[in-house]
Ligand binder design. Sequence first.
Ligand code: DC
Length: 226
Amino acid sequence: MPLNIAIDGPAGAGKSTMAKLVAAKMGIVYLDTGAMYRGIACYALSSGASPEKSEEVIPLLDGVKMDISYADGVQKVIINGEDVTPYIREHKISMAASTISKIPEVRLKLVELQREIASHTDCVLDGRDIGSYVLPDADVKIYLDARPEVRATRRLDELKAKGTAGELTYEEILADIVARDYQDTHRDFAPLKVAYGATVIDTSDMTVEEVAEAVTELCEKAGYRA
Ligand code: DC
């Protein structure tokens, strides 16, 4: 049976940093499931569909063939043969991905792909519903959280480091994070929540190293060594 580690939590809690670190340490794959929702959001927008209009999004789904590939350990999202990875991190895509992820048909399509990959791949998956819905029997289930203000600061620093912060202010990012938290925790189908059996780690006042240590310890407790 492949090893599956689920890391869930809200935006900016440190999921992707941790998932990348743990995957590298254990020599297994990192599957960023948020990138899949971002890919669908990009595709819908470029097809002229509004993410909030399920009647415009659902008819597109049958024509979407998503593939996940890796180049030098970096995940790529390919839709109908086109690499959409360069577009998925744009700020406007974050909210569009959250909005489109409310549509059950979108979720079911992506969950099927996530389960298929996890069924034959040792991997760390990060997302919102991995431990609660996608892989309730994952070997390790972790829920990372942090205060919204801390998450907004981290997100701004990240955008600045990449040189993509533009005119965005801390206040705008905080408002976006709070709105996304609300939307992600209040949707009807597979909302963001602490999965049964998951360990909650509040990373607000922890360093990356401290969180990595706590996560590694949980994996080791479950019997896995880096
Ligand atoms: O992790 P992220 O910020 O890249 O995710 C973007 C949006 O995608 C997030 O606000 C909600 C949605 N998402 C989801 O509903 N389920 C997942 N497993 C991953 C992401």
